[in-house]
Design a protein. Sequence first.
Length: 325
Amino acid sequence: MVNISVVIPCYNEEAVLPVFREKLEEAAGKIRSASEGGTGFEFIFVDDGSDDGTLDLLKKFTAGDTITRYISFSRNFGKEAAIFAGLEASKGDYIVLMDADLQDPPEMIAEMYSMAATGDYDCVAARRADRKGEPLLRSLLSKLFYRIINRISDVQIVSGARDFRLMSRKYCNAVLKVGEYNRFSKGIFKWVGFKTAWIDYANSERAAGKTKWSFYKLVRYSLEGTMSFSSAPLAAASLIGLLFCLISFILICVIIIKTLVFGDPTSGWPSLACIVFFVGGVQLFCTGIVGEYISRIYLETKKRPLYIINEKSYSSDKLNTDDKN
């Protein structure tokens, strides 16, 4: 009987995995000893096409270990795909999702489990109380992103929310039913509903290794979230087009009146050139917004799999997506 499945997406985490596994087993041992009937665990590591020694370590972890499993992708498909694969493979009544860099403290699992076990919540999630140790620019842009997306989207995403959370089987199955190709898990977790409790904790730096989230990847991820849960950019493009039509109409009236009153001087071509370039730029910008949405429609219609498994440490291919209350 598996009570808790722990899903850990991994990408080039060779430096931190031994320490993480030790901390995770320690946290699981405390939960087992505190429960009267015992609590069953399974650890599911998802190797997202790492090019270091991550997979070799996972193979060592699973050798002779009945509770540790791994899935290895054929290439790097991204964290969202790794999350989905881990949730699909999970068998527990409760599923914990966490990173391997120890920014998600394993000792918090006990508190999450005790809150969820009362039956009052379907999800217990963690959020950072501060951004200590994070670059100032990244922190400011992150706060700006949450502020913007919560204004333009019906889904309200909690600022500082992490992927680190414990969810019930019912909640997990609801997340798996959202089978879209372009995924933004923070939004999906909120979109599926259910009662969620939040636990604040102090931000901590990675225990080892380097972050895989470059500034460019964070910008792309924020755009993915915005376009997945809001059509506001499309509405903004339409409003900008309407505004410029109105401005153009006013300028035409001004030019006609000026020509009738003062004649038709040839001066003013530099300002006209600037206006043409400016309006052309706005048009291309709005076309780009539309193009981003169309590209996502294009990817969805292809029906490509979210990931391809190269190898795994278990033989069953059955997905645990049956509803359990």
